[in-house]
Design a protein around this ligand. Sequence first.
Ligand SMILES: NC(=O)c1ccc[n+]([C@@H]2O[C@H](COP(=O)([O-])OP(=O)(O)OC[C@H]3O[C@@H](n4cnc5c(N)ncnc54)[C@H](OP(=O)(O)O)[C@@H]3O)[C@@H](O)[C@H]2O)c1
Length: 271
Amino acid sequence: MEMMTPGRKGPLLPVALVTGASSGIGRALAGAFAGMGNHLLLVARSADRLAGLSRELQAAHGVSVFCCPADLAQQESPQRIFDYCTLHHLSVRLLVNCAGTSRASDFSDLAFEDIERIMQVNMSAAARLARLFIPGMAAERDGAVINIASLGGLQGVPGLGLYSATKSFMITLGEALHMELRGTGVKVVTVCPGFVDTGFMESSGHDRRGVRLPVRSVDVVVRAVLRGYRQNRMRVYPTILDFLVIFSQRFVSRHFSVRLSGYLAAARNNR
Ligand SMILES: NC(=O)c1ccc[n+]([C@@H]2O[C@H](COP(=O)([O-])OP(=O)(O)OC[C@H]3O[C@@H](n4cnc5c(N)ncnc54)[C@H](OP(=O)(O)O)[C@@H]3O)[C@@H](O)[C@H]2O)c1
C-alpha cells in the first residue's frame, strides 16, 4: 500500500471509496459513480489495474481518482485505508463494499487459508470499513454504504457454504445498519445479485457451464445499485427473477430452498 507519498494539501475532498474496483462489478460501479461527478478512491490488490482505471476515469469524467492498493485479507488494511484518507484529506461519503472472494468446494475440503481469506475479505474488511467511515458520514449528515452481497446469502448454498454464510453476514449487518442510521443522512443499501458475467466464478473454481440460472451482465447490477442508492432501499434484487427466487421461498420448506439453491448453483459438479 502506498503510504509514503506526501499527503494531498487543501480542503477535505469528498470521495466515493470502491473496493474491488480492479475488475467486474466494482470497476463498473467506479465508472458509474465517476460519471455522476464523484471523485474516487479505488481499492483492490492489483495496483496496475487500478492505475489504468484511474487514468481512464480522470480523462473521461474530469474527476480526481486516488488509488490505495490493499489486500483486504490482511486485518490491518481497513485502518491503513482510513489513514490514507486522513493523509490525503479525503472525506469518504460513499463506501462501496464490493471486493469479494470465494472458493467452490465442499466445506470439508476447503483449505484453512481459503477459510481465513474468504471470511476476512467478505466480512471483516467490509464491517471494519463501514465502522471506520460511517461516523464521518453521520457527522456530515451525508453518506451511503453500498454492500454487494449475493442471492447466495439468503440461504445456504451447498458447494459454496462458507461464501453464502459470509454474504448472509453482509445482508443482516446491512439491514441492522440501515435501521440504526435512519434519520442520520447515511443510507445503507445491500444488493443481492444472482450470477453475474465477471471473472468471479472462474477465479473461484466454479464451472459456470453447469449453472442453472441466467448469468446477468454487470450493467444489470450497476442499474440496481443506482436505483437502490437513490431510493435508499434496504435490500435490492437486480432482476425480477432474483426477487422471485427469494420470494418463492416463503411457500416451500427451508430444506427444499437449500436443496434447490445447490441445484441451481451447481457448484459441486466437478466433485
Ligand atoms: N459474479 C457473480 O456471479 C457475483 C454474484 C453475486 C455477488 N457477487 C459479488 O460481487 C462482488 C464483485 O465480484 P465480481 O463478480 O465483480 O468479481 P471480480 O471481477 O472477480 O471482482 C472481485 C474484486 O474483488 C477484489 N478482491 C478480491 N480479493 C481481494 C483482496 N484480498 N483484497 C482486495 N481486493 C480483493 C478483486 O481485486 P484484486 O484481485 O485486484 O485484489 C476484484 O476487484 C463480490 O463481492 C462478489 O461476491 C458476484
